[in-house]
Design a protein around this ligand. Structure first.
Ligand SMILES: Nc1nc2c(c(=O)[nH]1)N[C@H]1C(S)=C(S)[C@@H](COP(=O)(O)O)O[C@H]1N2
Ligand SMILES: [Mo]
Length: 161
């Protein structure tokens, strides 16, 4: 399905919300701005696999949206409503992946984007990420209140793991 005028990766769009709001698209993020991460996907059921992911570094994506210096967590939200809330320090080294093991996600999965980061459990690797939001939690505030890990679209039925 590729031709010479269309880049390998299918259409995707992710809005990053800090003090500013910035939308990243497949068209305006060049591959030269991508990074590669080897990240294990591990479910609480014990299923796991290792993969090499390429995509937009979370830190770079965030920088463009002028996050508050008080930011403590990032909320990753999918178009299905599934959402995870990850401590900034864990999320910042991750990527909004658009490729896994050399394949555009959109070619092999029903979603085109996915958050992954080392040291974060697989349940928080939101598939079909459409929004990344910087939030500031008060001390003692529960990150899980910002999450919707159960609500799932059947479109995202796991193909493995
Ligand atoms: N949007 C969305 N993302 C999701 C899920 C989901 O149901 N919906 N399941 C999560 C869970 S519980 C796990 S363990 C991993 C599974 O990823 P895999 O399909 O690559 O094994 O995706 C996570 N990301
Ligand atoms: Mo899971």
């Amino acid at each position: 399905m590729r031709d010479v005028t269309t880049p390998a990766t299918t259409d995707w769009r992710v809005t990053v919300v800090g003090e500013d709001r910035r939308t990243l698209t497949a068209e305006d993020v060049p591959e030269s701005a991508w990074a590669t991460r080897d990240v294990r996907v591990e479910c609480s059921t014990g299923d796991r696999y290792d993969a090499t992911w390429r995509g937009v570094p979370v830190g770079d994506a965030l920088d463009g949206a002028s996050p508050s210096p008080d930011t403590t967590h990032l909320v990753f939200e999918s178009d299905s409503g599934y959402a995870s809330c990850v401590p900034l320090g864990d999320a910042i080294g991750g990527v909004v992946a658009v490729e896994r093991d050399g394949d555009p996600l959109a070619d092999v999965e029903p979603y085109a984007t996915r958050f992954v980061a080392s040291g974060v459990d697989g349940a928080r690797f939101v598939k079909g990420v459409t929004e990344v939001r910087a939030v500031t939690l008060e001390p003692g505030e529960d990150a899980e209140e910002y999450e919707t890990l159960e609500l799932d679209s059947p479109d995202y039925e796991k193909s493995e793991g």
